[in-house]
Design a protein around this ligand. Structure first.
Ligand code: GSH
Length: 210
């Protein structure tokens, strides 16, 4: 099994944190996205979508969505549990993981990809059609990212962790989203005391350095 990775990119980091929490080690292969390696023929032969992370199994199967990779690892290594145990907890973890992905990561990526010079005409990742950057999409992404951060602040006023009273995969996606937001100069501040308390806790876990 090999994990195609890029150390600086947010989505592969989600998988690395998940693996660290599970105590699972997998051989990794660094893919040079700025250098275009993800769009080269060697990588496209592994993953025609041209994105990371990608998990390549020994039987030739390929899994290329971060949470699908985490699900696969979780099925092989159920403990420690990160996807919830009881019906309501499972639903809460799913709900908050998806919100952190769709309202957090997705909107931050919209700001980044619609503003960063290296992504001119590559507003979507991998082999997606060549698309120009659109300033209004970046602006909309900023508004929605701030709205997401306010929602997370309110949520963390109700519970110690994003999905409830313990650390789960929802915290992993939230942590990566908050760190990714710094790339577009959106930072949590003193206006977000609950987020600051939570951020200090989850960033202090050894997995956060993965
Ligand atoms: N929904 C995918 C997103 C994967 C993705 O967008 N990965 C980025 C790195 S964070 C990528 O491969 N970018 C390649 C590019 O910019 O062409 C997941 O969760 O794994």
């Amino acid at each position: 099994m090999k994990l195609y990775d890029m150390v600086k990119a947010p989505n592969p980091r989600r998988v690395r944190i998940f693996l660290a929490e599970k105590g699972v080690t997998i051989e990794t292969v660094e893919v040079d996205i700025p250098g275009g390696a993800n769009l080269g023929s060697d990588y496209l032969a592994i993953n025609p979508r041209g994105v990371v992370p990608t998990l390549a199994l020994d039987d030739g199967s390929v899994i290329d969505e971060s949470i699908a990779i985490c699900r696969y690892i979780d099925a092989l290594h159920p403990e420690p549990n990160l996807f919830g145990r009881e019906p309501l907890e499972i639903a809460r973890v799913e709900q908050w993981q998806r919100r952190c992905e769709l309202e957090g990561l997705f909107n931050i990526a919209a700001v980044f990809r619609n503003t960063a010079a290296p992504f001119a005409n590559r507003a979507m990742p991998g082999t997606a059609p060549s698309l120009p950057q659109i300033a209004d999409m970046a602006e909309r992404g900023r508004v929605l990212t701030r709205h997401f951060i306010d929602a997370l602040e309110a949520r963390l006023g109700e519970s110690d962790f994003v999905a409830g009273d313990r650390y789960t995969v929802a915290d992993i996606t939230a942590l990566v989203a908050i760190d990714f937001a710094k790339w577009v100069q959106i930072r949590i501040s003193d206006a977000h005391p609950n987020l600051q308390r939570w951020y200090a806790t989850v960033s202090a876990r050894p997995s956060a350095r993965a």
